[in-house]
Design a protein around this ligand. Structure first.
Ligand code: PNS
Length: 162
């Protein structure tokens, strides 16, 4: 049986930390479904179409990847897609409480689906979509923290110069 994991997130936008987790995840799973949350109640910087495009272009070199969007409960989506696992990246201790809570709730909702945590590479330990957006918003250079295509999109969004 093929091992399939859903790698869920807002990906607003996808960072090099996310790409690092995808690369690591593909060493364990036969297929990863990168699932972008489309939550109508949440304000995103990028539209879901932009987030899909940035992920598709950033993940072009990887095989056995599918990019999809979902709303509602993650475990319901994962079950519908016949995934055995949910993949999440773990950076520092600060991630732990939120991730632990979410993993336990997801387990309570569906005991068949396991949450698997992978450690992000050390060089991405401080990066997050939020901190990257905050820095870029005030003109900070976030080159090297996101793929070149995402860097371009961020520059356009915040009307930053080269
Ligand atoms: O990249 P993020 O924003 O940290 O990802 C969070 C995400 C999408 C994994 C989480 O918000 C989620 O799964 N939302 C869907 C609703 C759900 O099932 N929540 C967890 C159990 S209540």
């Amino acid at each position: 049986m093929k091992k399939v994991a859903v790698y869920p997130g807002s990906f607003d936008p996808v960072t090099n930390g996310h790409l690092d987790i995808v690369e690591r995840g593909l060493k364990i799973f036969d297929k990863l479904i990168v699932a972008i949350l489309q939550n109508p109640g949440k304000d995103y910087l990028f539209t879901v179409e932009e987030r899909v495009e940035m992920l598709s272009l950033s993940l072009k070199k990887f095989k056995n990847i599918e990019i999809d969007t979902f709303d509602g409960l993650l475990v319901e989506y994962a079950a519908k897609r016949k995934a055995q696992a949910i993949l999440r990246g773990m950076r520092a201790v600060s991630d732990f409480e939120y991730e632990f809570q979410m993993a336990l709730m997801n387990r309570r909702l569906n005991r068949e689906i396991q949450t698997v945590f992978l450690m992000t590479g050390l060089r991405w330990i401080f990066t997050s979509s939020s901190i990257i957006k905050e820095a870029a918003q005030f003109g900070g250079n976030v080159k090297g923290m996101v793929s070149p295509i995402v860097f371009q999109k961020i520059k356009e969004k915040f009307r930053l110069k080269d």
